[in-house]
Structures are given as structure tokens and as C-alpha cells.
Write a protein that binds this ligand. Structure first.
Ligand code: ADP
Ligand code: ADP
Length: 205
């Protein structure tokens, strides 16, 4: 399979963005991420308001807005790694109608570790590279000095995002599991060990 269509599921902080970078680089596929697309268009006026209002509260942006982003991106790509979507059953149904997936993976991480990862997450605004205050800081001081924290990576918003995940996204994972299509990976391992398992899942598909 030269151009796989990979779906990465998991709670906020599970490592989806980090591992999507590996998939995109190794397999030469598009990284399709609704979170980044929405952050780049936070103040876009839609009939449902702007994405910013929802994102800063840790709530889901309305389905029509994200469905449109995903449809445009996946219809242009041969292969892709999809990260951050679908986040509820209605988005999953929409996705089923527009593409066929080769691999569906859930990165499993416990709640305490998720809070630690999200509150320590830092992003390089120039490259989009993801770092962590304890687990993964850049060697270059100039890069370290310019890192920023996402507005929604504060403790209160993190708690709400984890609640929204349990209520809306956990059923999506169960849906793919019941269909026998899901590969579960222990996301609490080191990034390198997670990548070894993920790469094996893609190569076995
Ligand atoms: P997601 O896209 O699922 O929200 P990220 O890839 O942004 O998750 O990772 C969240 C935070 O956890 C980041 O700060 C990242 O550096 C860190 N991280 C990612 N994978 C691991 C891992 N296996 N072990 C420890 N920290 C990790
Ligand atoms: P995380 O690192 O928590 O996985 P993302 O970057 O994927 O975060 O998403 C950040 C925010 O963007 C979400 O809390 C939500 O407000 C919005 N968002 C991203 N993807 C979707 C989606 N598929 N449906 C609705 N809202 C979304």
C-alpha cells in the first residue's frame, strides 16, 4: 500500500498530532487535521458563528463547518492521515459517505497522563512542531524561546475537552471497534514505541 488512508482516533493529548507527523513523512501522505484548519480560520464567519467561540470553550465546532473542511481535504488527497475527526457519530457517518479508510487506530491514554500532556504542550508557531515542557523540548534555544501554549490547553478547558471526548467521541471509537475495524495501540508508551506499533498496523493493513 503506497498511499494509505489512515484514521487516528484518541482523546485530546493522546499523541495524534505527533504521530500524524510520522505517518505523513514516512508514507508521503497529506496530514488532514481539523484542529489546525480551524485554528487557521478561527474568526471565519459561518452561519453558526466563528470557530473561536466553540474552541475556546472546549466545545465541538458545528458539524457542517468541519465536514466541509474534511471533504475538501480528502477529495484532493490520494492518501492521508486524518487526525481530530470524526469527533461524533454524525461526523463518522459523513466520513463513511465520502471515503474508504485502510487503517483505523485508537491511541489509548489514561486521563491523568492526558492532563499532564495537554497542560505541558507547547507549539512552535513557525513550524507547527509539537513539544512538551517535561517530555520533549527543542535543543535549539531560539526555538525554545518562541514556543507558545494553545489557548485551550489550560486546565479548565482541558477538563471540558475530556468530558466532550467521553460523551461524543468515545462512541465513535466503540462504533469502529464493534465493526471489527479498530486497532488499539497503547499510547502511554514512548513516542518511538507508539510509532513502531502504528507503523506495523499500517503495513499490516
Ligand atoms: P493530540 O494531537 O492527540 O492532542 P499531541 O500529539 O499534540 O496530541 O500530544 C500532546 C502532548 O503530549 C504534546 O506536548 C506532545 O509533545 C506530548 N506527547 C505526544 N506523544 C507522547 C508520548 N508518547 N509520551 C509523552 N508525551 C507525548
Ligand atoms: P486536541 O489536541 O484536543 O485533539 P484539536 O486540535 O484536534 O485538539 O481540536 C481543538 C479544538 O478544535 C476542539 O476542542 C474543537 O473545539 C475543535 N475541533 C477540532 N476538530 C473538530 C471536529 N472534528 N469537530 C468539531 N470540533 C472540532
Amino acid at each position: 500500500m503506497s498511499q494509505p488512508k489512515v484514521l487516528l482516533l484518541g482523546p485530546p493529548g493522546a499523541g495524534k498530532g505527533t504521530q500524524s507527523g510520522n505517518v505523513a513523512e514516512t508514507y508521503g501522505v497529506e496530514h488532514v487535521t481539523t484542529g489546525d484548519a480551524l485554528r487557521a480560520n478561527k474568526d471565519m464567519e459561518t452561519e453558526h458563528g466563528t470557530p473561536r467561540e466553540y474552541m475556546e470553550a472546549g466545545e465541538l465546532v458545528p458539524d457542517p463547518v468541519v465536514n466541509e473542511i474534511v471533504e475538501a481535504a480528502v477529495s484532493e488527497a490520494d492518501g492521508f492521515v486524518l487526525d481530530g475527526y470524526p469527533r461524533n457519530l454524525s461526523q463518522a457517518e459523513y466520513l463513511d459517505g465520502i471515503t474508504a479508510l485502510d487503517v483505523i487506530v485508537s491511541l489509548d491514554v489514561g486521563r491523568e497522563e492526558l492532563v499532564r500532556r495537554l497542560t505541558g504542550r507547547r507549539v512552535d508557531p513557525e513550524t507547527g512542531e509539537i513539544y512538551h515542557t517535561e517530555f520533549d523540548m527543542p535543543d535549539d534555544d531560539a526555538v525554545a524561546d518562541r514556543l507558545v501554549q494553545r489557548d485551550d490547553d489550560t486546565e479548565d478547558t482541558v477538563r471540558e475537552r475530556l468530558r466532550v471526548f467521553e460523551e461524543n467521541t468515545q462512541p465513535v471509537i466503540e462504533h469502529y471497534e464493534e465493526a471489527g475495524e479498530l486497532v488499539r495501540i497503547d499510547g502511554e508508551q514512548s513516542p518511538e514505541a507508539v510509532w513502531t506499533d502504528l507503523k506495523a498496523a499500517i503495513d499490516d493493513a
